[in-house]
Unconditional design. Sequence first.
Length: 467
Amino acid sequence: MLEKDIENLIAAHPKEFFPREEFKLVAQQHTIKKRRLDILFEDKYGRFIIIEVKRGILSREASGQVIEYYGLLKEQFPEKSIELILCANTIPNERKTFLENVGIECKEIPVSQLVNIADKYQYTFLDAKRHESEDLDLSVIQSTDSVSTSDEITTWIFQANPKEYDILNALSDEKLENKIHWYVGQHKKRIKQGHVALIWMSGKESGIYAVAQIMSDPLETEEDEAEKPYWLSTEKDTTSTLRVRLKIVKTMINNPVFRHEVLIAESNSPVEFKTDKGCRVVSGSWSDPYSGKTITDASKLDIDHMVPLKEAHESGGHAWDAYRRRDYANDLSDPNTLIAVDRGLNRQKGASDPADWLPPNQAYQAEYAQAWVAVKLKWGLTADAAEIAALRGILGGDAEMPLMAEECSGPINPFAAKLPVAQVDCSAKRYCKDMSICDEAKAYLIQCGYKNLDRDGDGVPCEALCD
């Protein structure tokens, strides 16, 4: 997704971005004295509206540009009223406050909104062909000598705070040649050359935006000069610290992995969002198959893997490469793989197979067993003797079953927790101030039981992050 794509979508479909306004396009890339302003609209009151578009974080320079355009346009049309609007994916609060105090309106446009509007109008992003052609050479990644064994973590979540680091523009900068250096603050002795990194952007637009191969062990080094412009804060862009070198092998800016996609797909009625940006689902109507009840509060739901990640790992998933693990963990193509269910019953289920746990809703047990078998067959997973006996007891002796094999043993690390947060370390006490994103706080609450993260006991940790 290029800056030009955002501009094109706003110019062609202003009602999608400014539904209460009646903007009429005057010009796109309007030229005034060798300067080009992105979009010029006229509203129903006859005022000119200058729109300046920036991808990623709104830069400090943008305000100077739009003010210059205002002066040039005012000189040309002295009797005309002119309004200014700056659009970006992320606008820091302090910058928004300053700009609005001087009369410049700010408009945050989430990536998810742009993706949805592009889909609605069948718009193809200008960089789509380049991203589609990116080579996922899994054999090279998996054959690297320093890749750890399957019993160790080989896939890591690297988080980028969009208000500190302009990850969207960094990932799209061809001058970087798909090579980025990443600060390593944890697991310094465990991250190795040849491992795989999932680039996770935190905040309102949280999701996986790229897949990378780790090209070096953590080394003490300063930030590369070409990457410094993408830092909003200067602390980490100059300090000599531990970093790894990444090679971006797949960019997903045009199609990030979002959690709320599952909730939207599973709801029996139109969902409601916390805001009009459509990033967080708060209500809908979900038929919970585990209990047989209808749930309307999204906070009472979990997105459950029919075959839990731990069970998949022990049933053959331990031999998968990092990309097949990622594909399984985020499979939205098959309604059996990921389902929205009652949160309490999902916790009760844990990593159990049908020999140890079945939904209390007996009317759903046969369908549950069928879905379980379908997922295992689709992904080539095995089943142990007790599991097959339980499934045959429900589906009958003639039903097709997965190949029988004993479960593997050993650490489950690379696959033990739902993406986007990997297995966390429960040996040290953690507080909300230590959390970067909501999913990290949820992982510590669920895996470690840290009640200090959820003092009101409503199941939502660190409300400042998860609200």
